[in-house]
Ligand binder design. Structure first.
Ligand SMILES: [Zn+2]
Length: 262
């Protein structure tokens, strides 16, 4: 399930279940109308829908299970990008509240799917693109969302960066293939001091999971456990088979060190 917290979830019939093939980013659209398109998207006759809609007041509605199912917004681009409709017309700029609403979606997608905080005019590159970029393969909507809203994508990304400012790994570096993380120390586990938890704590600090003022200690204590649990949750790792797992396993160790030092 990938529902965005803060969005009003209103599932529609116009959806392709389990159709998603990639999480390349988000496609910006203009509604060319006002008021929620929910009724239209929930009508099989329209053959239309989108993942999200943002009102002029910044309200966000979500219509499909984003990242698993896809909406019918942009033809050949549907399996690869999520979509957002924005209330209003191509001749109107997005309101400040709308920019913020789309930014909230983008910040969520960045954390959920790894959408890069980048503007792209592309049908293949990862980032925030626009409907018209797809030409006829994406339905020939070359005027969507129009030059005014297209240009506001930089404001959307800037606002998304602001929203993400205090979260760890905001700008993870792609690891150079040369980097080899140190071997996982056998026996490393919560509430033990042997082997030392210090290298783990240093890597957690380097990635923003552990505050810099936490004193290094051989013991794998509660602060370290909490940081590891957050890291595991973000990356879907659970080495001990429980959620919020405070234990780090070999896979998590390798990923953490690569993010920290790669
Ligand atoms: Zn469009």
């Amino acid at each position: 399930m990938a529902r965005m917290p803060g969005a009003k979830y209103r599932p529609v019939v116009n959806v392709r279940k389990n159709g998603c093939r990639a999480h390349r980013g988000l496609v910006l659209h203009v509604q060319a109308g006002n008021n929620s398109p929910f009724g239209w998207f929930n009508n099989p006759i329209s053959q239309a829908s989108s993942d999200f809609w943002v009102s002029k007041t910044g309200e966000v509605e979500q219509y499909v299970n984003t990242g698993v199912d896809y909406a019918w917004a942009q033809g050949g681009g549907n399996p690869f990008y999520a979509s957002v409709e924005t209330e209003g017309y191509p001749g109107e700029k997005l309101t400040d509240a709308q920019v913020k609403g789309v930014a909230k979606i983008y910040a969520w997608g960045h954390k959920e799917f790894g959408w890069p905080l980048a503007i792209v005019d592309s049908t293949t590159a990862q980032g925030l693109t626009y409907h018209g970029a797809g030409g006829s393969a994406w339905g020939g909507h070359t005027g969507c969302p129009g030059s005014l809203r297209k240009a506001q994508r930089k404001d959307i990304i800037a606002a998304a960066k602001k929203l993400l400012g205090s979260t760890p790994e905001t700008n993870p570096k792609p690891a150079p293939s040369k980097y080899v993380p140190p071997a996982f120390p056998k026996g490393l586990s919560p509430n033990h001091a042997k082997p030392s938890a210090k290298p783990l704590q240093k890597a957690l600090k380097a990635t923003g999971w552990l505050a810099n003022d936490v004193e290094l200690s051989d013991n794998y204590g509660p602060r370290t456990q909490k940081a590891v649990a957050g890291f595991n949750k973000k990356h879907g790792l659970n080495d001990a088979g429980v959620s919020y797992d405070p234990a780090i396993g070999p896979n998590g160790w390798a990923l953490l060190f690569t993010l920290a030092y790669g």
